[in-house]
Each structure stands twice: as C-alpha cells, then as structure tokens.
Write a protein that binds this ligand. Sequence first.
Ligand code: ZN
Length: 195
Amino acid sequence: MSDFVSHLPIGERIPMPEGGIPFWEIFPYEGDLQIKVLDEPVVPEPPRRGEAGPEDCGCQEGFRNPLWSDDHWVLVGPEEPAALPAVVLIKPKGHYDLMTLPPERSAELGPMLQRAERAIMSLGGIARVHVNRWGDGGAHLHVWLIARPEGMLQFRGTCLPLWDDVLPKLPAEVWAGNRRRIAAAMAAEGGVSHI
Ligand SMILES: [Zn+2]
C-alpha cells in the first residue's frame, strides 16, 4: 500500500470542506450532504475490462454504436439519448491505452480530438466541448467528448457529467439527429459515417 493511501482517513467521517465544490454554482445537488466514508484500499486492483488484451476487450470484433471511423480511429457514443446535446468517445481501433499508443497513433490523437470537437461544435448552441480521459472501466483508450450547451453557466467545468445524469434526457429523434450530424461532419474530412 502506498504512503499516500496509508495516510488517508479511511473509515472516518470526513467533514464537508468550507467553500468546496458542493458550495459552487456548478454543483448539481443541494440540501444536506455528507461525504462518503472511505473504504479500505483494494491492492492489487481488479483488472479493467480488456486488461488481458484484445480478446478480453472484444475490440477486434468491432465497436458498439459507432458514429464514424477511418483506418485507425473510431468515434462511438450511446444510442440511448443523454441529457446533453452530445456525448461521444474517440478510440483507436487498435487495442492500446494512452501509455501504449504507438507514436504514429499518438501523433494523430491531437488532430483527431480537434476534428471531433469541430464536429460537435457544428451542431450549434454549444459553448464548449469537455474532453476527458478517465479509463478506470476499460483498458482500451477512450477519450470522452461532452458538449456543454451555450448559456448554461451552471454546467461549466468538472460537474458536467453529473448534470448529464440528472437532467431530462433528449427526445430520441433529436439525439439521433445530433449523432448523424456529428458523424457527417467527421466524414466531411475523411473516413466514413456509420449512421
Ligand atoms: Zn481493445
């Protein structure tokens, strides 16, 4: 166990920090809140999906819910409507995580993120596209791009995914239309739309 973890207040009630994020306008919840008591650390951690390789990941049989792809990259996203105008993920077709991405793919990642951001911005009414890479669920690199609607200042910053969880979902036809337009905007610069 690391020094960091051994110094955490595991099992103790942690007081709510004055002025912390729960007191900011971007925090989606209000009322009486308390911080969860920390569980004991789990070391070694359980393997992530795909940790043992492409067979374990299933990525070489294809990607679920693709919007667009080219020879090396695929843009995927849920078919079920989210609340925000766009939630998509960019992935390499090869089974890599960020640390293991070959140099030629790494060099493409920046331009690919720019293309995906432009495609989402082309929907209109989008102030910002939030780009996130967490990777705690799956070992196959997946970078989230989440649209923040213009004018909604409470949705700024790190709580945007929490707002997506609590807001009413988009009508199915609006969501499908947004996915189609993003796929078409990507395909306009190369690769193919799958919608
Ligand atoms: Zn994979």
